[in-house]
Design a protein around this ligand. Structure first.
Ligand code: OSB
Ligand code: MG
Length: 367
């Protein structure tokens, strides 16, 4: 297709409740959206970079800058662009997977809409709905945590993930396990808050039969995760450490992870995300779809990915009302603990014009 324009837009959208992780507290999302325009189609992508570089080195102002000055000009200068070409065209620019993913998704959405193909079908989905879990932030007290988990379970979520950090780990896990019983699917996410020296402490989580512990050690300590895996019985899952299918193959080969959390933004887009899935599946490693507090635009595409066969664990694919009072698309709602995979063409959703307009804080069109 001929890429005529890339319309960039920043929107501000408050979170229903503050979301605290080991790296910080989010109270609102400042989201960069990309609209790709071709003569006969248009497509949307959401950049998952946060306001500050605390999850990874990317952040939204930087994503905007690299798109305007380095990435968009390369795409706009490509005569006959396809989604499959985007990563190659952008490869000379090092890093910035979240910025690249937003662009690739917008181009892919436009391409799929032009051929009336749903993203789920294009990716190879095998399910019409996906099991939903919920990521529960660090709370001020155990009673507050138990109340939050009670509410989510009443809503039907099929799996609970607790954010942990030193000082908020064994006690909240024990409290949730004791209150909700052995059948509850329960896992934890440390967002790199520990070191290998904490292995004896992390082993105290062993009796609670967790599904997995996500990214306990720093992102560049893949070998440390392999060593940790020998000292605890909880399966180790990687998030931040995995930025490509090659990373996934290497981590699996040295025994650094038994599970992988796939986030398309972290690996540069849905095409690489599918390759991570394929590598994991070929190695018998289960995967699940992570989240970055996306609006309906990012969520729609995540849900399509989560319908691939290797996604055998519930994802952080929660309903719109877990995050926002009002989403920018038709809201995603839980049906018996699941989200329906959009069946429209492309990502299957578009922003609602009035809501988008009301939330927009900045826009620029690149040609
Ligand atoms: O590590 O999975 C993470 C949110 C922002 C940044 C990193 C993470 C998360 C979550 C929430 O855990 C997932 C979601 O509900 O979108
Ligand atoms: Mg994580």
């Amino acid at each position: 297709m001929k890429l005529e324009a890339l319309e960039l837009r920043r929107i501000g959208i408050p979170l229903i409740a503050p979301f605290r992780t080991s790296f910080g507290t989010e109270t609102a999302r400042d989201v960069l959206l990309v609209r790709a325009v071709s003569p006969d189609s248009e497509g949307w992508g959401e950049c998952v970079a946060m306001s500050e570089p605390l999850y990874s080195s990317e952040y939204v102002d930087m994503a905007q800058h690299v798109i305007v000055h380095h990435l968009a000009p390369r795409l706009l200068a490509t005569g006959d662009l396809t989604a499959a070409l985007v990563a190659n065209v952008l490869a000379p620019v090092k890093g910035h997977p979240m910025a690249k993913a937003a662009l690739e998704t917008a181009v892919l959405d436009a391409e799929l809409r032009a051929t009336s193909t749903p993203l789920s079908a294009y990716l190879g989905a095998v399910r019409a709905e996906v099991d939903s879990g919920v990521s529960v932030g660090i709370m001020g007290s155990i009673p507050e945590l138990l109340d939050a988990v009670t509410t989510y379970l009443d809503q039907g979520y099929m799996r609970i993930k607790l954010k942990i950090e030193p000082g908020w780990d064994v006690a909240p896990v024990r409290a949730v396990r004791e209150r909700f019983g052995d059948e509850l699917l329960l896992q934890v996410d440390a967002n790199t808050a520990y070191t290998l020296a904490d292995a004896p402490h992390l082993a105290k989580l062993d009796p609670f039969d967790l599904l997995l512990i996500e990214q306990p050690l720093p992102e560049d300590d893949v070998r440390g995760h392999a060593q940790l895996a020998k000292q605890i019985t909880t399966p180790v899952c990687l998030d931040e450490s995995i930025e490509s299918a090659r990373d996934a193959a290497a981590a699996i080969a040295i025994g650094a992870c038994a599970v992988i959390n796939i986030k398309p933004g972290r690996v540069g887009g849905y095409l690489e995300a599918r390759r991570v899935h394929d590598v994991c599946t070929a190695n018998g490693v289960p995967v699940w779809c992570g989240g970055m507090l996306e609006t309906g635009i990012g969520r729609a595409a995540n849900v399509a990915l989560a319908a691939l066969p290797g996604f055998v664990l519930p994802g952080d694919t929660s309903a719109s009302d877990r995050y926002f009072e009002e989403d920018i698309t038709e809201p995603f709602v839980l049906h018996d603990g699941r989200l329906r995979v959009p069946d429209g063409t492309g990502i299957g959703v578009t922003p609602i014009a009035e809501i988008l307009k009301a939330r927009t804080t900045w826009t620029e069109t690149l040609t």
